[in-house]
Design a protein. Structure first.
Length: 311
């Protein structure tokens, strides 16, 4: 069938599937048997696009099964789909309706097909997510310790010690995972060669931004949420704003950029030039984040280290 577009709404236990143009709707169990049944069903249709939402984590097993079947599956931002639904007047929400909206989105937008994380990348991404949680808990406990009476402070100190040990262990696990595969080792070598891009940012980019090096600078900035969008209407010219994207990648990039402003000559001079021109420091840092991301994207595309790019 030509011009077939499929939307799959994925929940913990079920997957609802909708097909355009024939209007077929099916429900499958979200388990290994159900995922294989989805794959067998879709293979017969030869679709142009399959769209799922990147939310909750339940979608990854289905996405992997479809990707391994060499099918054109795309995981999209849920907010894009909800905005699309509102724009087309579809306000009701059920699993079946959502699947139909995803199919309509696939046909109307035809989003770019991007590489999905490998199995090992998912494991690494889970470790990085856990690392963020540990850091958040450490910060909360340290804040509590400052205000805690002496009676409860010992227990807080013990918990801080435990969390610190857990953080050290997970850092070693992340490093070990990075070094498992030669491809990842190559990526890590490229990324960490850049002043300001340390182990944390390199791990985050490898695991959570597999598209790095495969897209142009505008597309990669938009994917991360660092591309400014116009807010114009008629003669009105609003302030350009950024939204959406992958917040955890932006958080890692922010920390890397703060470091790069100190140690990376290209980023440092760019930041100084912006501040000297009167740009607010916060906006200057955001611009430097976008520049650092662009540099890393180019390095990954060309498989070149910082020394090769800078020379």
């Amino acid at each position: 069938m030509d011009g077939v577009f499929i939307g799959i709404d994925i929940a913990k236990h079920y997957c609802d599937l909708a097909v355009i143009p024939d209007g077929t709707q099916k429900r499958f169990m979200n388990d290994e048997e159900g995922q294989q049944a989805i794959l067998a069903f879709i293979l017969l249709l030869k679709p142009a696009r399959i769209v799922i939402e990147a939310s909750g984590g339940y979608e990854m097993w289905v996405a992997r099964a479809l990707a391994e079947g060499r099918l054109p599956v795309v995981a999209v931002n849920p907010r894009q789909v909800r905005d699309f639904a509102r724009a087309t007047g579809r306000l009701a929400k059920t699993d079946t309706i959502d699947a139909g909206i995803l199919a309509q989105f696939a046909k109307a937008i035809q989003p770019d097909i991007r590489p999905l994380p490998e199995k090992e990348a998912e494991a690494l991404r889970a470790l990085i997510a856990r690392r963020r949680q540990l850091i958040q808990m450490l910060t909360m406990e340290k804040n509590r310790l400052e205000k805690s009476p002496s009676a409860g402070s010992e227990d807080i100190r013990n918990h801080i010690y435990y969390l610190t040990e857990a953080l050290e262990k997970i850092d070693k696990d992340i490093s070990r995972n990075i070094r498992k595969g030669p491809l990842w080792k190559e990526k890590e070598t490229i990324l960490t060669s850049t002043p300001g891009s340390g182990p944390v940012i390199s791990c985050t980019l490898v695991a959570a931004l597999p598209e790095l090096g495969t897209l142009n600078r505008k597309a990669i900035a938009a994917l991360v949420g660092l591309a400014p969008f116009n807010r114009d209407s008629g003669a009105y010219r609003g302030r350009r704003t950024m939204w959406g994207g992958r917040s955890h990648v932006r958080a890692a990039l922010y920390m890397g950029t703060v470091s790069a402003i100190k140690f990376n000559p290209a980023i440092r001079s760019f930041y100084k030039r912006l501040v000297d021109a009167g740009k607010a420091k916060k906006l200057a840092i955001t611009a430097c984040m976008r520049k650092l991301l662009t540099i890393l994207n180019t390095m990954m595309k060309n498989k070149a280290t910082w020394i090769e790019v800078a020379s």
